[in-house]
Design a protein around this ligand. Structure first.
Ligand code: SF4
Length: 286
């Protein structure tokens, strides 16, 4: 008997991609195109490994409270880099990704590895190391009243003393250049979507949403009001309706074009010079 596919799940990063460029969104939704053109970057690889290390670090079953040391966190990054704690299938994928990203360039790989260690070392200084997350690195989903299903893999959800929830999203990249911290977090559709998903799934209020910029020792966030979440839900629904009605998925030039993996098959992107990768190399002492 054929399995019935459930309703399509909409992820905030994909919705944001559509809002930036419909052509890029469509490319990312096509597994063959994605497999052929997606070029994982060293920054993405570092980000994945940092997330894996923090997941194990804050899991009391795998890292008892007494073992939450700086050295252990650094070691977890090394283990994540090699895929040691992953299932055999995911370990092979990690090894393949690592080979695609760094090839034989051990010096470059070491530089990025040290960058990852620096990020975690800085975070170790500012984080509450006694936290026991409500959930960590788990997929969550909920249906909006319209029936649209929104989903996301949420880095961490903490339960606050008053029973409310706090949504935490780690960022390994740069802090966007903005004037005030709250606007950085509020404008992030991903974070608000997570608050909507968590509220819908657990029927508990989300009292705080934060982005943790590991490279800057900075946590920026906001307290989501029902009005704000209603407004963001409207943005999600409007974007999903636009996607469903779209027959062209036209390219839209935007500041991210130089970093786009699909430039070579994009009518606009093929004339745009790629970003200077050297500029992206992290400045780490080693
Ligand atoms: S290069 Fe720019 S316009 Fe073309 S698909 Fe990528 S983001 Fe869109």
């Amino acid at each position: 008997m054929a399995m019935r596919a459930g309703p399509k799940k909409h992820y905030p990063t994909a919705l944001e991609t559509y809002r930036d460029c419909p052509f890029k969104y469509r490319c990312g939704q096509d597994p063959e195109i994605k497999e052929k053109y997606r070029r994982p970057t060293p920054e993405q690889f570092v980000g994945t490994c940092v997330h894996d290390a923090l997941e194990v670090f804050f899991d009391v079953r795998r890292t008892p409270m007494g073992q939450r040391t700086r050295e252990h966190l650094a070691n977890l990054l090394r283990r994540a880099w090699a895929g040691v704690d992953l299932t055999s299938r995911r370990r092979r994928e990690r090894e393949e990704e690592r080979r695609r990203v760094f090839g034989d360039d051990r010096e470059n790989e070491a530089a990025y590895g040290k960058h990852g260690l620096t990020l975690l070392d800085r975070y170790f200084n500012i984080t509450d190391r006694t936290v026991v997350p409500y959930t960590a690195e788990q997929f969550h989903e909920t249906a909006l009243p319209s029936g649209i299903v929104v989903a996301g893999k949420i880095d961490r959800i903490d339960k606050m003393p008053d029973g409310s929830l706090k949504v935490v999203d780690y960022k390994t990249g740069k802090l966007p250049f903005r004037t005030d911290d709250e606007s950085v977090a509020k404008e992030d559709l991903q974070l608000s979507t997570y608050a909507i998903v968590v509220t819908g799934k657990y029927r508990l209020p989300v009292s705080r949403c934060v982005l943790v910029f590991l490279a800057h020792d900075r946590e920026v966030g906001f307290c989501p009001t029902p009005e704000l979440l209603e407004e963001k839900a409207r943005v999600i629904e409007e974007t999903v309706r636009q996607i469903e009605a779209d027959r062209e998925f036209a390219p839209r030039e935007n500041p991210l074009c130089p970093w786009c993996d699909y430039r070579e098959i994009c009518p606009i992107g093929k004339d745009i010079a790629p970003a200077d990768r050297v500029r992206e190399t992290p400045d780490v002492p080693f």
